[in-house]
Design a protein around this ligand. Sequence first.
Ligand SMILES: [Fe+2]
Ligand SMILES: [Fe+2]
Length: 336
Amino acid sequence: MHTADRPAPAAVPTQHGQPDTTEAQAEFDARIAAEGRIEPRDWMPEAYRKTLIRQIGQHAHSEIIGMQPEGNWITRAPSLKRKSILMAKVQDEAGHGLYLYSAAETLGIDRDTMTEQLIEGTARYSSIFNYPTPTWADMGAIGWLVDGAAICNQVPLCRASYGPYARAMVRICKEESFHQRQGFEILYELSHGTEAQKAMAQDAVDRWWWPSLMMFGPPDADSPNSAQSMAWKIKRFSNDELRQRFVDMTVPQSEVLGLTLPDPDLKWNEDRGHYDFGEIDWTEFKEVLKGRGPCNHLRIANRKAAHDNGAWVREAASAYAAKQSRRTADAYQEAS
Ligand SMILES: [Fe+2]
Ligand SMILES: [Fe+2]
């Protein structure tokens, strides 16, 4: 366990001027092995820092871009109650983005740089948000499936070895559970409504099922960085294990909803104690990843416009902060 009175040893310069990090590395390894936490001021291998910046940054961007497909429905939600639930959900996602940008900043990157990378298209975000949301039932399917998959992915991250990331995930996961429930409830009402409503719910589930399975990333055999992330205890389970967990959790819920999942190979396997499921079409995944998904350009263009439109707010906030700090400095001078 990490304690403040036991700091990681600093790298000691050698004769050649190169820091000798052997001792620091040993301390880092021991702490990881003992399920301890690495904190911002601790020594950490450069590759660990870079991996975390990439992963947490990507995660933050996904939360922020993920506001768009649902934000799209706030003005058209079918009732005041639905509107306020959806608005709260989209605001939660903004909050998730902010916790995560802050967690990434503890690793030595600033938020402006991350935002620039997102807008310029050099940083990634989850491909799931590049699909369109043409009907109200999409709000149900996103909550139930996309937030459901996010929970499977993120609950183990509450035990990630990097302290600020793990702590941010605890609150995020609590809110994701609410998101999943509200999505399920939208679909439940639709599937127990008129024929047309049920058909709309089924159509949304048909469109979101496979992309949700892709959210867990490529199969373990094609996921070269996973082993290192697992050794660092950032990642706790493999992509395929998490995907299986999601399928096992979701199939019984689909039965309660009275909706079918669009996979003829989906069936309970008594021997394995898990559901078997069909082949995933990874060509589609790769296309979306390369920026050729249905909404990639729209999402980035919207994000850039929002950033540009917010320039005056950032300027006003920094002018106010500068004024406040001048006032504090003046008051301090007068008092001394
Ligand atoms: Fe979220
Ligand atoms: Fe969510």
